[in-house]
Design a protein around this ligand. Structure first.
Ligand code: PMP
Length: 309
């Protein structure tokens, strides 16, 4: 991006040589994996996607991710030409063919090639892509010392425009937030909805620990993507005896929080230690955040759908 500040984010592909990509029922090389310029995914962002992780030879929360993919597609009246079981198998096979133990999987279903008009009925059939690669979103230092974030001027779109629960290929709102963060010299920004309530990050959910030691995350109805990591963290925290609440909170609640962290498949759990220049919890990752990071890590390493059995 021109005019953007460079930083030490690690993004993008770590592998690539000999990579096998699933494209419409066939496995092909990175070079062969080509999609039409008439695909409405390209022309209009018409499609859905998922980001899924595999840890230690198992796909983490595969069913939950596929459920969200199919729900997003259902809302958009987008046909997925595979049953959920077939999609699960294609996902496992893609990881297998790339011989990966730990992976970041990108599943994309777009409306497919059509003409230059909007009408999805004129598209010849959905395009399905599964890429298994690696991702490392933030450098280790941010997991150790926490992330500084800002709050974004760009607001969350409301559910009557493009429902934030749909994980669609239309990520422009999120990209605008990411650009704001980059221009502010930080790695992510917190998004508020039209009412000023905190909703999420550019590609992750947000949690705070309030002064009563309760773990709070925004409810789905405020306009968030219902994160698989978010739901897992809520469950794991409850099992630890932590009081977990889905409740609206504001920028002020964020500033005065004892702890804050972000969750996402790519980011996992990352502490936030500064928001708009206000130190959170003394500017260091808090004890509950650190504990949940450890519990999540252990859980993720030991659960999921086996790839190689
Ligand atoms: N919110 C948004 C906007 C996202 O893109 C993501 C990443 N999928 C999340 C939250 C976190 O969701 P998950 O934990 O399922 O990756």
């Amino acid at each position: 991006m021109k005019g953007g500040k460079s930083d030490n984010r690690y993004t993008g592909s770590l592998t690539g040589i000999g990579m096998q990509i699933y494209l419409n029922g066939k496995y092909c090389s990175r070079e062969e994996a080509k999609v039409s310029v008439f695909d409405h995914g390209f022309l209009y962002g018409d499609g859905v996607f998922e980001g899924i992780r595999a840890y230690n030879g198992r796909i983490f929360k595969l069913e939950e991710h596929l459920q969200r993919l199919y729900e997003s597609a259902h809302h958009l009246l987008l046909d997925i030409p595979l049953s959920m079981e077939e999609m699960a198998e294609a996902t496992l096979e893609t990881v297998r063919r790339n011989n990966l133990q730990d992976a970041y999987i990108r599943t994309v279903v777009s409306r497919g090639p059509g003409d230059l008009g909007l009408d999805p009925q004129k598209c010849s059939g959905s395009t399905v892509v599964i890429i298994a690669d690696k991702i490392s979103l933030y450098a280790q230092e941010y997991y150790d010392h926490g992330l500084s974030v800002t709050t974004a001027v760009t607001r969350q779109r409301n559910a009557n425009t493009l429902e934030p629960r749909i994980k669609s290929l239309n990520y422009l709102n999120n990209i605008l937030v990411k650009i704001e963060a980059t221009q502010a010299g930080v790695l992510d920004a917190i998004v508020l909805n039209e009412q000023g309530y905190v909703v999420e990050g550019s590609g992750c959910n947000v949690f705070i620990v309030n002064k009563y030691g309760e773990l709070i995350t925004p409810p789905i109805y405020l306009g968030i993507l219902e994160g698989v990591t978010r739901n897992t963290v809520m469950e794991l925290a409850a099992k630890e005896g932590i009081t977990v609440k889905e409740a609206p909170f504001t920028r002020h609640d964020l500033y005065i929080a004892g702890e804050c962290f972000l969750t996402g498949t790519a980011a996992e759990l990352v502490p936030v230690t500064s928001v708009d220049g206000r130190a959170i919890g003394g500017g260091v990752p808090g004890p509950m955040t650190k504990k949940l990071m450890e519990i999540f890590h252990n859980y993720a390493q030991n659960t999921g759908t086996p790839v190689y059995s």
